[in-house]
Design a protein around this ligand. Sequence first.
Ligand SMILES: N[C@@H](CCC(=O)N[C@@H](CS)C(=O)NCC(=O)O)C(=O)O
Length: 207
Amino acid sequence: MIKVHHLNNSRSQRILWLLEELGTPYEIVKYQRGTPVPFAPPELKKVHPLGKSPVITDDGKTIAESGAIVEYLIDTYGKGKLKPKAGTDDYWKYVEWMHYAEGSAMLPLLMALYTGMLGDAAAPLKPRVDSEIANNLSYMEAGLKGRNFFVGNELTGADVQLLFVLEAAGARLEPYAGLVKYRAAMHARPAYKRGIEKGGEYALMSR
Ligand SMILES: N[C@@H](CCC(=O)N[C@@H](CS)C(=O)NCC(=O)O)C(=O)O
């Protein structure tokens, strides 16, 4: 049985959503962020040395990194769904978006989060961080133009990876009407809602 090591308010919500879309049975092991500093609890380090979430265990394997987990679950349980056929143009677009989510799009958002804690000391960095966030949101908005999903005509793992970026962007998404509409459409999916119910507290969704 797949076990998802799930931290509240985290990227591991991606994995619950995906598993609900796949209809694959799984168990959730829940972890709670600390207060006032919202780090993961130390027990997660017993599952994987980085101590981050998501992590899954399945069939004797322990897999970290949401992108790798999405790939594993789709390849193992997807029965050809949620991923374009290998070698097609859509497949390479899919690979690009899959890597882009954590490799590029999350970085300026994380920089905003961390530099925001510095108060006035962050002022010299702010224009660059803000312009990089806008650069990435504009890129995603253009990528979605005229489409319901980032790749092809159906949900793929790329949507699972990218929706979290749009959730993490919060109110910064408002000037991007296409992204706002897309985020609402993903939130309306029954499988997404089931993932939220099972995962518990997820404040990022309410923005
Ligand atoms: N690139 C990794 C990032 C994993 C990560 O940083 N997860 C965060 C939650 S969104 C975490 O565990 N944070 C708790 C901490 O750093 O203490 C992925 O996509 O899985």
